[in-house]
Ligand binder design. Structure first.
Ligand code: ADP
Length: 269
């Protein structure tokens, strides 16, 4: 079968005419499927050997017979193995999101409850080095997929912790607006130069590779966020001022908002 990408654009001086451009994307589509399956299989295959390595490293680290001058290299290896595990898990998450691109079984998600856990994890990650202000509408639920939303929201909040220096202030907002529910994370960290913004959601794109690696990032977080949001018909907005800070906002469609009391009525009916 043939796959076509069709674009219709206004044409001519008075823009009354239309220009239709059709492009055969069959090949691109199939190459994309091959790439997707390859990444999924490779990540899956890497899991087992890594588990074995991690297991032996742990045995060595726990052993009293391990010479003391091996302790530090062992710790470093454990740390790097953990990083590799995070990358593999993120790659698998991304492949799963791509595989069932159109199947999203939605159910009411208790976002306030999820956020409570995410905030607790983020403050553990921060270790008291950041100030948080949290503004959560405890009545506001969302139709969507629980684990996907959790991973998108925690990626954004963890990024604010990872990419800002100690003493930074992080604000989190979950609220309804006339144009739909929004989830927002704002920080007063280093900000992001405008030329990087359009590329942030690309896989493995980092503004500062060395620093991102040091902070334990996989470079896949925002790619995951973008996929999750598009599956929820939602949109990610990034506003940043170098030297001032960064705001990531997820805009959800108004139709997906649900109030806790509405849900109770539904349950009673
Ligand atoms: P990473 O695993 O490196 O965090 P992400 O895909 O989550 O990967 O983010 C991509 C890059 O965007 C990061 O490496 C970092 O350079 C930049 N970034 C993300 N969030 C922030 C933030 N709150 N402040 C400054 N830079 C950020």
């Amino acid at each position: 079968s043939l796959m076509l990408s069709i674009r219709v654009a206004p044409f001519g001086e008075r823009k009354k005419q239309r220009l239709v451009v059709g492009r055969d994307i069959t090949k691109i589509f199939h190459l994309n499927l091959i790439r997707r399956d390859f990444v999924a299989n490779a990540s899956h295959e890497l899991r087992t050997p890594l588990t074995v390595i991690t297991g032996f490293l742990e045995t060595l680290a726990d052993s009293a017979q391990t010479p003391s001058n091996h302790r530090r290299p062992l710790t470093l290896m454990q740390h790097q193995a953990e990083r590799m595990r995070n990358i593999i898990e993120d790659l698998l998450t991304l492949s799963r999101l791509e595989m069932d691109e159109h199947v999203l079984e939605i159910a009411p998600v208790d976002v306030p409850c999820e956020l409570e856990q995410i905030v607790a994890d983020a403050s553990a990650l921060s270790g008291g080095r950041h100030q948080f202000s949290i503004d959560i509408d405890s009545e506001l639920l969302l139709l969507g997929k629980n684990n996907e939303l959790r991973s998108a929201f925690s990626n954004l909040l963890f990024n604010a912790v990872k990419h800002t220096p100690p003493g930074s202030h992080i604000q989190l907002v979950w609220t309804d607006t006339p144009s739909g529910p929004i989830f927002l994370v704002e920080d007063d960290g280093p900000g992001i130069e405008p030329e990087h913004i359009p590329r942030l959601t690309e896989r493995f794109y980092r503004v500062d590779k060395a620093r991102s690696r040091a902070s334990g990032g996989t470079g896949l977080g925002l790619a995951i966020v973008k996929h999750v949001l598009s599956r929820h018909d939602a949109r990610l907005a990034v506003a940043s001022e170098p030297g001032e800070g960064t705001t990531f906002t997820c805009h959800f469609p108004p139709g997906n908002a649900l109030s806790a009391s509405q849900l109770e009525h539904r349950a009673e009916a």
